[in-house]
Design a protein around this ligand. Structure first.
Ligand code: UTP
Length: 227
């Protein structure tokens, strides 16, 4: 089965430096799995710091996004190194184009960001559409989708399962957000998984057991979004 893993910068680089243990464990998991993988990495706090620095220096939003994209690709290159180190057959290039990525067969393809104006949530879904993956696993520093922001509401409840429409309404509600907070998954990404019926799992990057189970389509403590 083809599966896309969207790996947040917060998991690759949680505290200002790459988490080698996480990278090695992810590579090992992919090596052991019988599935075919496309990987997309996010930029995390490095992307935000660099994009903000660029803005402060006078860069436009378009230019700041391009700075953010460089961070996502730097993390993607680390994933390539980790996979190679684990003996996984991986494309050496970090792809910047979905049509090129979809030409690859029998190798893990790795991407970061692509164009300004979107985030790697959307890139991951577009890669899934391009290669025909019907399962997407979003790995980040949140353990699933909650009915309200769990960082602000002690009583926030996590969904085990939800439909695409429920996710879209929740993302829409969170669109009136204040600066600095954002919903787990972009609205555009939410709409794209719905249009192509891509079952999407949200799991915590610190929980390898959940990551493994979500890849294999087994029960986990995160959230599954489907029809
Ligand atoms: P991320 O996907 O990591 O952004 O891309 P994010 O949603 O802010 O990160 P998480 O979910 O909290 O980890 C980092 C930045 O790179 C630019 C955007 O500025 C984005 O915020 N980017 C990324 C693009 O402009 N285009 C892309 O295709 C990807």
């Amino acid at each position: 089965m083809k599966i896309v893993l969207s790996i947040g910068g917060s998991s690759i680089n949680p505290k200002g430096e790459p988490d080698l243990d996480f990278l090695k464990k992810m590579a090992h998991l992919i090596k052991e799995s019988k599935n075919e993988f496309g990987l997309v990495s996010g930029g995390g706090s490095t992307a935000r710091a660099y994009a903000n620095a660029a803005r402060t220096l006078g860069a436009s939003e378009y230019e700041a996004d391009n700075v953010g994209i460089v961070s996502t690709r730097q993390n993607a290159q680390l994933l390539v190194a980790a996979l190679k180190g684990a003996g996984v057959d991986v494309s050496k290039t970090v792809f910047t184009d979905f049509d090129q990525a979809k030409l690859v067969t029998n190798k893990v393809v790795v991407m970061g960001g692509t164009i300004p104006g979107i985030t790697t949530d959307t890139d991951a879904v577009l890669l899934a559409e391009a290669i025909g993956a019907k399962r997407l696993v979003n790995i980040s520093n949140v353990s699933g989708i909650y009915n309200r922001d769990p960082r602000k509401n002690k009583n926030a409840k996590k969904f085990d399962k939800m439909t695409y429409d429920q996710l879209i309404s929740l993302a829409a509600k969170n669109d009136g957000r204040t600066a600095g907070t954002h919903f787990v998954f972009d609205m555009l990404a939410c709409k794209l998984i719905a249009r192509s019926n891509i079952e999407t799992h949200f799991v915590d990057g610190r929980n390898m057991h959940d990551i493994k189970n979500s890849i294999e389509g087994k029960k986990h403590s995160g959230t599954v979004v489907g029809k």
